[in-house]
Design a protein around this ligand. Sequence first.
Ligand code: AP5
Length: 207
Amino acid sequence: MGPPGAGKGTQGALLARRHGIPRYATGDILREARRENTVLGREAQRYMDAGELVPDDVILGMMREKLSSDEAADGFLLDGFPRTVAQAEGLDALLEDLGQELDAVLSLEVADEEIVRRLSSRRVCAECGRVAPAGAESHESCQECGGALKRRADDEPQTVRRRLEVYREETAPVLAWYERSETPVRTVKGGGSVEEVQARIIGAIAA
Ligand code: AP5
């Protein structure tokens, strides 16, 4: 968990690779549905472009499908989900149905000014959706597939401000909810280099 631009995607991808498990990032799944112009993608678009959350029932239905798949049977990493208390309750019920449980909730903390700085320079591939690695934002094409690098529609400053508000109003209470649960919550400072943050995360998980 963490505010927009905290580095959830960057760190989540590294961590999932390290553990050999799938990473389910709700934002990425929704953006892929948009690229493919599916019903889900069309439904999600207006919420995403405005920096608002996609309705809980849509997200929970989507995640039920992912977490019930064979590839999720040996563990998974969730990125950007749950984002409301209703989603956290829905996830709890889903995990119980599946006989699984969360090992930990990881929360990345980054100052607002750093978030604005990161998101104003973030570039993503229009073809495959990958985020240009930190330091490579000025490249013109994706290092993975050669697609054009573009700014994300919801990275405009006004929408970033709204996403930060939504995070405080809807998602910060989820952390408080987990603090009251039996799932350990590990808070990690998200400033510094990608490698430094990853080392902190690995240390926090091992603690
Ligand atoms: P989503 O895609 O999840 O957006 P977000 O939470 O706002 O997070 P971001 O993807 O913006 O940032 P990140 O934390 O992954 O940072 P990143 O690693 O890219 O959601 C988008 C929208 O989808 C939502 O607004 C909502 O509409 C909808 N949605 C998604 N999930 C939902 C849910 N569960 N319920 C309802 N609606 C949902 O890093 C950011 C930048 O910083 C990159 O350029 C990166 O290269 C750079 N960077 C990373 N780490 C560092 C570092 N250490 N130093 C310098 N630069 C760094």
